[in-house]
Design a protein around this ligand. Sequence first.
Ligand SMILES: *[C@@H]1O[C@H](CO)[C@@H](O)[C@H](O)[C@H]1NC(C)=O
Ligand SMILES: *[C@@H]1O[C@H](CO)[C@@H](O)[C@H](O)[C@H]1NC(C)=O
Ligand SMILES: *[C@@H]1O[C@H](CO)[C@@H](O)[C@H](O)[C@H]1NC(C)=O
Ligand SMILES: *[C@@H]1O[C@H](CO)[C@@H](O)[C@H](O)[C@H]1NC(C)=O
Ligand SMILES: *[C@@H]1O[C@H](CO)[C@@H](O)[C@H](O)[C@H]1NC(C)=O
Ligand SMILES: *[C@@H]1O[C@H](CO)[C@@H](O)[C@H](O)[C@H]1NC(C)=O
Length: 627
Amino acid sequence: MKMIISNNCNLLYYLLMLISVNEVFPIRTYTKDDLNNLRDEVKEMFYHAYDSYLKYAYPYDELRPISCDGMDTYGSYSLTLIDALDTLAIMGNHTEFQRVVDILSAKTDFDANINVSVFETNIRIIGGLLSAHLLSNIAGINLEPGWPCNGPLLRLAEDVAKRLIVAFDTKTGMPYGTVNLRHGVPKDETPVTCTAGIGTFIVEFGTLSRLTGDPIYEEVAMNALYALFNHQSPLGLFGNHIDTNTGRWTAQDAGIGSGVDSYFEYLVKGSILLQRPELMEMFHTSRKAIDKYLKKDDWYMWVSMTKGHVTLPVFQSLEAYWPGVLSLIGETSNAMRTLHNYHQVWQQYGFTPEFYYITQNEAGAGKESYPLRPELIESIMYLYRATGDPFLLQAGEDILRSIKHSAKTPCGYATIKDVRDHRKEDRMESFFLSETTKYLYLLFDVDNFIHNQGEHGTIINTPNGECVINAGGYIFNTEAHPIDPSALHCCHTIPNQNFDFKTFETNRDFYQGTLIKKYKKGTSDDLSSLENITITLESGVASVEELSIDNMTEKVAENMSDTLKNGSESILLAENRVFIAQVMLERFRKENRYPKNEAWQTNYELLSCKAQTFLQRLSIWGEFFNK
Ligand SMILES: *[C@@H]1O[C@H](CO)[C@@H](O)[C@H](O)[C@H]1NC(C)=O
Ligand SMILES: *[C@@H]1O[C@H](CO)[C@@H](O)[C@H](O)[C@H]1NC(C)=O
Ligand SMILES: *[C@@H]1O[C@H](CO)[C@@H](O)[C@H](O)[C@H]1NC(C)=O
Ligand SMILES: *[C@@H]1O[C@H](CO)[C@@H](O)[C@H](O)[C@H]1NC(C)=O
Ligand SMILES: *[C@@H]1O[C@H](CO)[C@@H](O)[C@H](O)[C@H]1NC(C)=O
Ligand SMILES: *[C@@H]1O[C@H](CO)[C@@H](O)[C@H](O)[C@H]1NC(C)=O
């Protein structure tokens, strides 16, 4: 509400207005029963949509909630089934979780002649598989010996990653946007990729490397992040699209939303998950430019990356993730002010439109839809955990009410085609089950295991020593798939991590928490079978090192070891070109194109966040116990 107060009379009116507004809309107080009821409403919402997907749409990618059938959208890989899987674990449905894991485990790989988005396949498929893999023991299902360093879902995730990694084989190391799951980068594929399509791999690829012991994924993702960072404008801003071969920006609008968003998100989340302070330094550096050029009255505009002037005074629905990211670095008051702006837009329409013109207070023409996006509820969930402010419960309830009221159909929930009249459209994206319902559920389910702040964990024995899992501090990928950070310490020692144990020892209580209960193996989860398991590392790539990428003809490939030729490490591209991932990695290492700041790599203090207690301690437990 904007108002110019010119005299006392108006001031009195203003005060009366405030009082009456507060009387009409007081902030509700929520009892535990209220919260449980809201949680159950969300659960019902999830099952209405999930059961409809199974009944009408599976094995297609998505449900069409008005025509009550299914369609393929992103890759003909039963996307919604995989994307929704870990939500089942979070809602405690272990039988259905096991049933779906069994279906997926029967699959040997993702080989198919299909062109897919590298970005979407990574966040939805690899992210979904990795998360379900790591939640398998909490969901009480049968574990393969060697878990969490082994398992059918982990193998599938790695298979997909091997099919995507060919996209990074560019001059700059920034990936193409599309690959064919069987044949690699399609002929004539454009080298232009959006910023988020380059900077949104470190959470999934880092997890893969830490679990499998193969450094390639993490290194390739880091290389792409450094590449992006080194292409920032003199103002410190990032554009929207860049040519991955020349490094030339082809779309120069800088913002925090569409085409860019999860790049910033992954600098923060990757930093915490993988204990890499340099990513947080990169975020803080970019953040300064964002605040200087984009931020106006707690809104974030779009500006020219070279000149800094506003090009588009628009709030995008996708940008609503930003307050949640700020809460992860402890900036709750900044985050709350921005969230209030975004919530006002929700109140105005009952949904957030894709584009909202900040100065005109109206939905953007042609951008009036709401495809059941999660970003606002995501920020609300994070901020509620950081502040406990009941306003956030009310904001969450507003979202639940709108979706139930206007998006529900007899067989699912539909995209809102126009937030101004709530007309529906025949689409339910998979992120409704993966993200929107999950964040709503977690907002109201205050005792969920995901909210564990380190009060308890499970100790398992692995060949690498004792390690702690399920100790909280879960990092959600940008598709809301939670990753257990402590599990990443169970499988392999990661080279080049010079963790300062002196700092750790002096802050031991802080990191360790005070209420840790050690659940020895053989309590609720029978992990005794994990003892004495040895993990066999894949090897046999040493001979590749001397080859230069320019010599990668099929002839050279003939001399590769059988493992390389046959494994999905090598892909036969069109025109008989052969791609070998290890060769690409060696090239990145040798070229070492992007300068790295050594001091940034060890500033571990950056990684603690007092505002989010669930993040501050346990991510380095594995280090502690493995020492
Ligand atoms: C688990 O999900 C299946 C499929 O939706 C459903 O039939 C079953 O009732 C659910 N079980 C529980 C405990 O919620
Ligand atoms: C993949 O894209 C390429 C290039 O656009 C095209 O020629 C090819 O037919 C596509 N493949 C499939 C399976 O759609
Ligand atoms: C592990 O190996 C040791 C020594 O070989 C053996 O005594 C122990 O019983 C084994 N534990 C399990 C669970 O197999
Ligand atoms: C490999 O590439 C280099 C330079 O690109 C060239 O000089 C050399 O002859 C090539 N070797 C083979 C075996 O093709
Ligand atoms: C492959 O190996 C053979 C025998 O070791 C060698 O004579 C030949 O030059 C190699 N080919 C290439 C392309 O390196
Ligand atoms: C590799 O594939 C070829 C045929 O494609 C097969 O003859 C050979 O046995 C395979 N080698 C291994 C190690 O699997």
